[in-house]
Design a protein around this ligand. Structure first.
Ligand code: 3HC
Length: 303
């Protein structure tokens, strides 16, 4: 059955090579998924060779883990590794049909990335963005071919979470959207078409969710109580652990986007800002015996 709002799948263009801009954790997880499910070459790029190498090494290590679990044969693992490469030069995207960016969550950076990529790819190459909350229409605004831009929003961990939000921007054409749905289906994701609104659908909810828990802590609820209560509610993980999975800096960016759009509904906690400014990535710390306690430096930020 065709997903609600998806154009005729006959309009989808084939994808024989994928480019990924950014080689961070989310981008590397995407590289593995694309190579594994589409079985096409995937090239990761980033701003320096060390980042590119780190991304490719992550993918290769994940492939080794899959082989160790018996999910891939030794041959299959080698074939998969051969599909994933890295380059510093976006000219490596020249024959790509689908390029996705997962760089820093900043509109100007993403616009610049798309402008650079557009100089190297064919007129019909899809430019997809994994942005968590920013306007896809604005991102496409100054491009020669804004009709090939689409939102393609994964959830962490990319390999495990079934959902993919596909975002139609103002100028996105049917062939681009059909290609995005076709790729999403090949990746075995559950694709939904969402509007180009701040944080789309799911991050509106998650931002509210995490924001309210942080506010409860701001108001004096201990981290331990907030964590236990939400875990025992039956959520897959407590919002405070989810914060660590998503990355506090990303979560804060999304919260700030929502705050700009809806200031009354999405206040941003000053303690949360201090937490990110301090470079902290988790509320929790674990001792050698595996006991979980609140990182004292984090606790001090909330005093
Ligand atoms: N990377 C790859 N695979 C992972 C993983 C990771 N980081 N974490 C877990 N997995 C895999 C495990 O290997 C395991 O696979 P297997 O069954 O094939 O061996 C499977 O997931 C289940 O893992 P576990 O049994 O260890 O753990 P759980 O059953 O507790 O599940 C979870 C872990 C799937 C992460 C679950 O806790 C969960 O669903 N959490 C909620 C995650 C969520 O809400 N994500 C959305 C974040 S918002 C976002 O990303 C949007 C962005 O824009 C901010």
């Amino acid at each position: 059955k065709r997903p609600a709002g998806a154009p005729d799948k006959g309009l989808a263009r084939p994808v024989t090579k994928v480019g990924i801009v950014g080689a961070g954790l989310m981008a590397s997880q995407m590289a593995l998924l694309f190579a594994r499910q589409l079985k096409v070459p995937v090239v990761l790029t980033d701003i320096d060779q060390a980042r590119v190498d780190k991304g490719v090494s992550y993918v290769h290590a994940e492939i080794d883990k899959l082989a160790a679990k018996g999910r891939l044969s030794a041959d299959g693992a080698n074939r998969l590794k051969a599909l994933v490469g890295g380059s510093l030069d976006k000219a490596a995207f020249a024959d790509a049909d689908f390029v996705i960016e997962a760089v820093f969550e900043e509109m100007k950076v993403k616009q610049q990335v798309f402008a650079e990529v557009e100089a190297h790819v064919s007129e019909t190459c899809v430019l997809a963005t994994n942005t968590s909350s920013l306007s896809i229409t604005e991102m496409a605004f100054r491009l020669k071919h804004p009709e090939r831009v689409v939102g393609f929003h994964f959830f962490n961990p990319v390999a495990v979470m079934p959902l993919l939000e596909i975002v139609r921007a103002e100028r996105t054409d049917d062939a681009t959207l059909a290609t995005a749905f076709s790729v999403g289906k090949s990746l075995k994701k559950s694709c939904v078409l969402v509007k180009d609104a701040p944080a789309f659908v799911v991050n509106r909810l998650l931002t509210r969710f995490m924001g309210e828990i942080i506010r409860a802590v701001d108001e004096g609820t201990p981290f331990e109580v907030a964590d236990k209560a939400t875990e025992d509610l039956g959520l897959p993980m407590s919002p405070l652990v989810l914060l660590q999975l998503v990355g506090p800096a990303v979560a804060l960016h999304v919260a700030e986007t929502m705050h700009r759009a809806f200031p009354d509904r999405f206040p941003v906690s000053d303690n949360m800002k201090r937490f990110v400014e301090a470079g902290k990535t988790a509320v929790w710390t674990w001792d050698a015996a595996g006991n979980q306690t609140v990182d004292p430096e984090v606790a001090a930020l909330w005093q």
